[in-house]
Design a protein around this ligand. Structure first.
Ligand code: HEC
Length: 544
């Protein structure tokens, strides 16, 4: 009896130590990874000193310039820069031999999407271990002792700092990002409050049809491939769509998004719609490192985004285009902007003021807190031939101009807010007014969109809002293309890096004139036209 209790006395503290040691070990591990990440992404050592490296014959680099992320990218999947291949250095690619021949591109050898394949074939090498990896980083030699190219810096690192990097690389992009399971990929689409029900439905119908066709195709491919199915080589995963509907004031959206995410993590937000602010959604995406994949928003946030990519800057692009246009016309004395409390309109007027800058032009902002016919007509009544009138108004509000005479001078409308050439502007105004048009012109884009239009018809869907529906379709098609090529490296950072590199090669720009992204660029369409209501251009392609 006594001996048993003594035994218990000995066991209890041991258990206690073990229980405390597990979280201690885990948190130490997490801290080491954060330190490794800081070297990798920011070029800052644990001591706070800058990372330094020398490229033989090319000079020294330090700090952010020396950070691995500059060349190998956040995912560690590498890149092609001006014909120069930067190899992947994410864990799975370093600790295996590189394949030499095509048949070796199986689960036993370094494998992965495009770059790894390409490199693997021309530069075979043995797998790394911790020591040879430290040597590669500090001395620029590969496991067989041959020198790496001079573009790869030789880093001046202590053994312990080099080991931090090695440990960071070991886990980099080894597991799929949250939202990916063995047989499905979860996506969410965000709908902000105030979006008209028929627009909301039109977007969701496109997404749901796209997802079900995609899943049908995957099922078929899976059946066909079954006898040869190699689990390492890109599984077929069903796409699942979750609708994250936001309610109430924008200050509460982030908490709502976090709650949705707790219930079901998603690989990315896909498409989505917001007419007013989008800032809380972007904030959520940056904080949680969730890609926000081409939502249709009138007022995006233009700074601080890694995870959000947009088709265009919406009304902010329009404001910059207009400033460019008006700046070229010395005849305009005064610019009268009429708007409501709409946040997109307020954002547009701020952007216009900033873009016009300190010229001699007078800017007058007329804000209608309640929009009625009398107030609106009074706000436009005194515009003279030397004024330009800018209407940052939505469709329904524009209809209230019926009965008022159009002013003798220039009139500009936001195509994004007004509904482009479908804006219900009174006929008398249409001849006079010009649309600030950040899209391809109607006739030209009908060719781009012909496939989309027949797709809509095949799926029994009506054209409700061409921009929103075509954006949702293109966002889905772009996602499908990227995910298909990523094989098993279903990593969120890699998704965005691929979008930067490959978007310019994409087949059809849908609503837009041209789409391209580069590193750090987050808006794919960069310009527009000043257009007449009959769909013809009054200006060339303007890129502000
Ligand atoms: C200026 C661009 C650049 C930077 C910055 C850079 N690298 Fe590299 N790295 C390269 C290039 C290019 C190669 C390919 C060299 C070759 O194949 O000869 C390479 C190769 C490597 C390799 C060998 C990969 C293999 O499969 O053999 C490792 C490991 C590596 N880099 C790690 C790092 C780490 C860690 C950092 C940051 C501390 C870093 N690199 C920063 C350009 C860069």
């Amino acid at each position: 009896m006594r001996s048993r209790s003594r035994y218990a006395f000995a066991v209890v503290p041991l258990l206690l130590i073990a229980a405390l040691a597990v979280p201690w070990h885990a948190s130490r591990q997490a801290m080491r990874l954060r330190l490794g990440e800081r070297i990798y992404r920011d070029g800052v050592l644990p001591s706070g000193a800058l990372l330094r490296g020398v490229r033989p014959g090319l000079g020294e680099v330090s700090g952010a310039q020396a950070a691995c992320v500059q060349c190998h990218r956040r995912s560690g999947m590498g890149t092609v820069e001006g014909g120069q291949l930067v190899p992947p250095i994410a864990g799975p690619f370093l600790f295996q031999p590189r394949a030499q021949k095509l048949p070796e591109l199986d689960g036993q050898h370094t494998r992965g999407p495009d770059l790894a394949h390409a490199l693997g074939r021309s530069h075979p090498r043995a797998p790394y271990d911790d020591r040879s990896l430290q040597r590669a980083i500090c001395q620029g030699t590969d496991p067989t002792g041959s020198s790496l190219e001079a573009l790869m810096p030789r880093y001046n690192l202590s053994d312990s700092d080099a080991q931090l990097l090695v440990d960071y690389l070991k886990q980099l992009s080894t597991r799929p990002s949250p939202g990916v399971t063995a047989d499905s990929i979860h996506f969410a689409t965000v709908v902000t409050p105030g979006v008209a029900p028929q627009r909301r439905k039109a977007m969701l119908d496109v997404l749901q049809s796209y997802f079900s066709v995609h899943n049908g195709g995957s099922r078929l491919a899976r059946l066909r491939q079954k006898p040869f199915l190699d689990p390492e080589h890109g599984r077929y995963r069903a796409w699942e769509l979750h609708v994250w509907e936001l309610t109430g004031p924008p200050s509460t959206w982030e908490a709502q998004l976090l709650a949705y995410e707790r219930r079901q993590p998603v690989f990315a937000l896909i498409s989505g719609v917001g007419e007013r602010t989008w800032a809380p959604v972007q904030q959520f995406c940056e904080k949680r490192e969730v890609p926000c994949w081409f939502p249709t928003v009138d007022l995006p946030v233009t700074t601080g985004s890694f995870y959000s990519v947009y088709f265009s800057k919406g009304v902010l692009l329009e404001a910059e285009m207009l400033a460019r246009r008006i700046g070229a016309q010395a005849t305009v004395r005064r610019l009268i902007e009429v708007r409501t409390d709409d946040e997109a309109a307020a954002g547009a007027t701020r952007a216009l003021a900033a873009a016009i800058g300190p010229t001699g032009m007078r800017l007058e902002e007329r804000v209608l807190h309640t929009v009625d016919r009398a107030a609106l007509q009074e706000a436009v009544a005194d515009a003279t031939a030397e004024d330009a009138l800018v209407l940052w108004l939505r469709g329904d509000d524009l209809a209230l101009l019926a009965g008022a005479h159009p002013p003798p001078g220039a009139v500009y409308l936001s195509a994004t807010m007004a509904g482009a050439e479908h804006a219900p502007l009174p006929a008398g105004w249409k001849a006079q007014a010009r649309l600030i048009y950040p899209f391809e012109l109607p006739r030209e884009r009908s060719t781009n969109l012909s496939r989309f239009h027949s797709w809509l018809a095949t799926h029994g869907q009506k054209l409700v809002d061409e921009r929103l529906q075509a954006d949702a379709y293109l966002a889905s098609a772009l996602m499908s293309e990227q995910v298909g090529d990523m094989l098993e490296v279903l990593n969120r950072d890699y998704l965005l890096e691929r979008a930067e590199a490959l978007l310019s090669a994409h087949l059809t720009p849908a609503m837009y004139h041209r789409l391209s992204l580069g590193p750090t660029q987050r808006f794919a369409s960069k310009g527009g036209y000043i257009a007449r209501f009959d769909g013809t251009a009054e200006s060339g392609w303007i890129v502000p």
